[in-house]
Design a protein around this ligand. Structure first.
Ligand code: 5RP
Length: 222
């Protein structure tokens, strides 16, 4: 837990009075939201926030942060978000929490996008399943298209009771079982070109800084 907290604490240094902040999703982002709320309160800052999920929205509201709706936002100064995997070129896989579509909208729109994650997320080459948000109608077609193009299986996320899990946008989330991703930019584009995929979890653009948290230190990649 220290590693995540250390990364979140370092990210606080990038927040300045008067800014609009994009709030990520996940356990590391939740630590950041808590720390940010404390900083805003202690230092009497004027900060507005736009969350990337309903869970982050609820947490930020509960902590007393000022929230904005998308139509109220003109600029996002900094977005701070977690990741499931990241490489030295600052490519990411996100969407472990199924929130990657809203995350990508906010993170790509932000002037600065800062990733906070513990050391276990760092990898020389991006690897692991790639989350996909899909229109429910499209799932069987997308699964077949991915099998044909990449030779891998795609699995729908389900709840414990077997029901299909739905995103904040009312869509399905599926995981495409890629092993290693050699060209993240190309794969990000290829996946989004398949009809029915709303967004995929590869983030190959706009990352300004990656803060890797360790038990007793942080490493910052600019
Ligand atoms: C949610 C995400 C999260 O940022 C990602 O899953 C990392 O979460 P955590 O900080 O809990 O490890 O992309 O869709």
């Amino acid at each position: 837990m220290n590693a995540k907290t250390n990364a979140a604490l370092e990210a606080l240094k990038y927040v300045k009075n008067g800014q609009t902040i994009g709030l990520g999703t996940g356990s590391t982002a939740a630590i950041f939201i808590d720390l940010l709320a404390k900083k805003v309160k202690n230092e009497h800052l004027l900060i507005k926030c736009i969350p990337t999920s309903l869970s982050s929205k609820a947490l930020a509201y509960q902590k007393g942060l000022v929230l904005m709706e998308p139509e109220e936002v003109s600029t996002i100064d900094v977005a701070i978000d977690g990741a499931d995997c990241m490489d030295s070129k600052k490519n990411l896989i996100k969407g472990g929490g199924g929130a990657h579509t809203r995350e990508k909208i906010i993170d790509y729109f932000a002037e600065k996008f800062i990733v906070i994650a513990d050391e276990t997320k760092f990898s020389k080459i991006l690897k692991g399943p790639v989350p996909l948000e899909l229109l429910p109608f499209a799932y069987p077609f997308v699964a077949k298209a991915i099998k044909k193009e990449f030779g891998i299986k795609t699995e729908l996320r389900r709840r414990e009771n077997g029901d299909v899990w739905k995103s904040d946008n009312g869509n399905f989330i599926a995981d495409a079982y890629f092993k290693q991703i050699k060209n993240p930019k190309k794969l990000e584009e290829q996946l989004n070109a398949i009809p029915g995929i709303v967004e995929n979890g590869i983030f190959s653009r706009n990352v300004s800084t990656v803060i890797i948290g360790y038990e007793k230190k942080v490493k910052v990649l600019n």
